[in-house]
Design a binder for this molecule. Structure first.
Ligand code: UDP
Length: 239
């Protein structure tokens, strides 16, 4: 496969066209931003750890029957993915109250949410990613009623698989963000699952091992991401 021109560059990843029109290459970079891009930084090896964590978790989901855009890794930080039409909804799954949920509503940080809470945000920097409901998503033409139902079911199945998998790695999963895409009439899980898009807390200490370390200056980001990689992809440390 040949990497061609850049298609899109986001806050932490760059997407390239390839000689196969059905495939793209997604490169995980060391840059990171928070608070709508107001806080920016670089962290060496952050792209590597996120790419390895995402590859492992997307493969795990595929093994469990969830269709994803993941194809293969072509380097330590570059993933071949199926080209999809991205649905502009950020699907947030919450198992434990944290972050914006606690800011906006009378939940307490650390409060268990059982059953999990699903939140849909409109993926639009211009509008500040506002929370939407099914009616708004349908009226904006973001997705059909049937697609929203499928996305909801997929998000909850993905959550169960991830919770099961992380339980014996001493990692809590308070919340995470998913994105879905359409390909040949089917809904696929797209984007990434990594320390940039999930909250991971150490089960014993409650310590944040995710982007909150950067958002709130809680310590060394790369050490936190490395620790998650050590638990989720231990094989990369055996090389
Ligand atoms: N999240 C994300 N991208 C976004 C917004 C949220 O990956 O644009 C993730 C975030 O890392 C967290 C979860 O979604 O794991 C819930 O985020 P929340 O709504 O609490 O917002 P935040 O506290 O990150 O501002």
């Amino acid at each position: 496969m040949i990497k061609l021109s850049e298609l899109y560059s986001g806050k932490a990843k760059t997407v390239y066209r390839t000689d196969d029109p059905e495939k793209l290459i997604m490169k995980f970079r060391d840059s990171l931003t928070a608070f709508d891009g107001k806080k920016k930084s670089e962290a060496p090896k952050k792209g590597y750890y996120n790419a390895q964590i995402a590859a492992k978790l997307l493969s795990l989901l595929e093994e469990k029957g969830i269709k994803t855009h993941f194809d293969s890794m072509i380097s330590d930080t570059e993933m071949v993915v199926d080209a999809v039409d991205i649905i502009k909804i950020e699907v947030i799954v919450r198992n434990i109250a944290a972050g914006s949920l606690v800011k906006k509503y009378p939940f307490k940080t650390g409060q268990k949410l059982d059953p999990p809470i699903l939140v849909f945000d409109y993926k639009s920097d211009e509008h500040g990613d506002p929370m939407i409901n099914d009616d708004i998503a349908i009226a904006l033409g973001l997705a059909t009623k049937d697609e929203l139902l499928k996305i909801r079911k997929l998000a909850l199945s993905i959550n169960s698989i991830l919770l099961d998998h992380l339980a014996d790695k001493n990692l809590l999963l308070p919340d995470f963000k998913l994105e879905f895409g359409r390909r040949k009439g089917k809904i696929l899980l797209a984007d990434e699952i990594s320390c940039d898009t999930c909250r991971f807390w150490d089960k014993k200490t409650g310590e944040s091992l995710d982007k909150d370390v950067f958002r709130f200056d809680k310590g060394d980001l790369v050490s936190a991401y490395r620790e998650v990689a050590r638990r989720i992809v231990p094989e990369i440390f055996e090389k």
